[in-house]
Design a protein around this ligand. Structure first.
Ligand SMILES: Cc1cc2nc3c(=O)[nH]c(=O)nc-3n(C[C@H](O)[C@H](O)[C@H](O)COP(=O)(O)OP(=O)(O)OC[C@H]3O[C@@H](n4cnc5c(N)ncnc54)[C@H](O)[C@@H]3O)c2cc1C
Length: 454
């Protein structure tokens, strides 16, 4: 009879690993160890969006599986996880953006022919269903590529009129990640699993392991036959306790949320991403102030695309969220968060290019606006690391970057299968630490135009 399994970290990923150990492999008595409240670190900062749009079929298959598992949990729980599906709308001012269409074909692989619908010319949009309903089980699959400006104006009247193409990804939307964690924790507890408040400070041995855990009542030792490192931004630190190094860095990303009192953003709008880069518009006075501050001077240079915006919460609510993952500099997650006080103003200015009604908030962000952020723990290629570590009996589920909420279920199911020797999906080797030995996949990744960071 195999001994206990310990999961280090009770964020979305550690909880999902424990859940699928219970659900798919009937493991009893799994222990989740974390010094913090469950789901309270990176997982509390998530925008909680999901999509099956990726520039490579491995990530498409992985997130497709995860969305399928989310749908299963939604159906079984009476949608306690608030799963909705209004899609992702990727917007550009370019007509005929061939490289974006090529990316769609590459990402959807052999299924692309059936999944991609181009709406152009006379009668454009005749077979297009606008995202009126939020219900995930009523939304279409695939991608609608809207190339007709009259159609775009009709469906998305609040976008700026210069938008020429919208790629509407339909298997995409939002969930409540916190609710998902809650549903999973209930199932883990029902199978005799538990949460232990403590920080893993040292690990001895390799299957069996002795873990030194610091708790509020003093140090204790836990024994395990197998352990899972799901420590989020600290996966590298936990790997170091086993004498291993991981190619993972932590990049801080920020968002703002506020009550949209001017109703600038329609409540039925899909999660919308402005793909085009831009130079922010500043007055001469603002320019000279920014130029004096080395940290802010970058805002005068051309900025990348990827500004996102969506209504948050209930259809009759008011809150909206804006984000822009333009930071590329890694930092130490132990240090103070590198939060940029300029960010709320920057993201508002950038987002108001596509959503002109947001201009009303520049310099007048409502009281109670929330500016927050967290770390994308990521590999250089922006693929996760899920599978066996070098140490026998140790497994990893990390480097979940900006996709850990949407991919939690597939990451949990995959890691649980590795731990228990279960059947693995075809993409398992490519997402495992073993991929660095696969020169074919690594050179394919190095040659890619985009890494799908949002
Ligand atoms: C601003 C932002 C927006 C995002 N938006 C989205 C989105 O829209 N959609 C999406 O899918 N994803 C999104 N993400 C990504 C997603 O939030 C993360 O990928 C996911 O939360 C990572 O979960 P985790 O369990 O790996 O990490 P965490 O939630 O950080 O959990 C790790 C846990 O490990 C614990 N731990 C660390 N060291 C130890 C130790 N030594 N001993 C015991 N416990 C330890 C920590 O205390 C922590 O609780 C976003 C992330 C950010 C920052």
């Amino acid at each position: 009879m195999p001994g206990p399994v310990i999961v280090i970290g009770a964020g979305s990923i550690g909880i999902a690993v424990a859940y699928y150990l219970v659900r798919h492999h009937r493991v009893r008595g799994v222990i989740l160890v974390d010094p913090l409240d469950p789901m309270s670190l990176t997982s509390a900062q998530s925008g909680e969006n999901y999509r099956n749009w990726w520039p490579h079929p491995v990530m498409t298959a992985f997130t497709d599986d995860s969305i399928g598992l989310l749908e299963q949990i939604s159906a079984e729980s009476g949608n306690r996880i608030n799963m909705t599906r209004r899609g992702y709308a990727l917007v550009t001012r370019r007509a005929a953006p061939t490289e974006l269409i090529d990316d769609l074909h590459r990402g959807y692989g052999v299924a692309a022919g059936q999944l991609i619908r181009i709406h152009e010319g006379q009668g454009a949009g005749a077979s297009y269903t606008p995202p009126v309903s939020a219900a995930w089980d009523q939304a279409p699959d695939g991608v609608d590529v809207l190339c007709d400006q009259a159609l775009i104006r009709r469906v998305f009247p609040t976008y700026a009129p210069d938008v020429a193409t919208v790629l509407h990804i339909r298997r995409a939307g939002a969930i409540s990640g916190q609710q998902l964690g809650q549903v999973m924790l209930e199932a883990i507890r029902a199978a005799g699993g538990r949460l232990l408040r403590g920080r893993v400070a040292a690990i001895e041995g390799a299957a069996p392991f002795a873990l030194a855990v610091q708790t509020a009542d003093g140090p204790i030792t836990l024994r395990a036959d197998r352990l899972v490192n799901a420590a989020g931004p600290f996966v590298g630190e936990v790997a170091a306790l086993l004498g291993e190094t991981l190619p993972v860095s932590c990049v801080y990303q920020q968002k703002i949320a506020f009550a949209d009192r001017h109703a600038a953003i329609p409540r039925t709008l899909p999660f919308t991403i402005d793909l085009d880069g831009q130079e922010l518009s500043w007055s001469e006075e603002e320019r000279s102030i920014l130029a004096e501050d080395p940290a802010a001077a970058r805002l005068l240079a051309p900025m990348p695309g990827g500004i996102h915006c969506r209504p948050d919460g209930a259809a009759d609510g008011q809150w909206i969220k804006l984000g822009w993952a333009y930071n590329t500099e890694a930092s130490d997650p132990h240090a103070d968060a590198p939060s940029d006080p300029q960010f709320p103003d920057t993201v508002l200015r950038a987002a108001s290019r596509l959503h002109p009604a947001l201009k009303a908030y520049i310099g007048h962000l409502p009281r109670g606006a929330h500016h927050y952020g967290g770390y994308y723990a990521m590999t250089a290629e922006n693929w996760p690391l899920i599978g066996p570590m070098q140490t026998r009996g140790a497994y990893l589920a990390g480097a979940m970057s900006g996709f850990g909420t949407m991919a939690a279920c597939a990451a949990g199911s995959l890691c649980a299968a590795w731990v228990m020797g279960g059947a693995l999906p075809s993409y398992a080797p490519a997402l495992s630490p073993g991929r660095y030995q696969d020169t074919a996949i690594m050179s394919e990744l190095a040659a890619m135009r985009t890494r799908g960071v949002l």
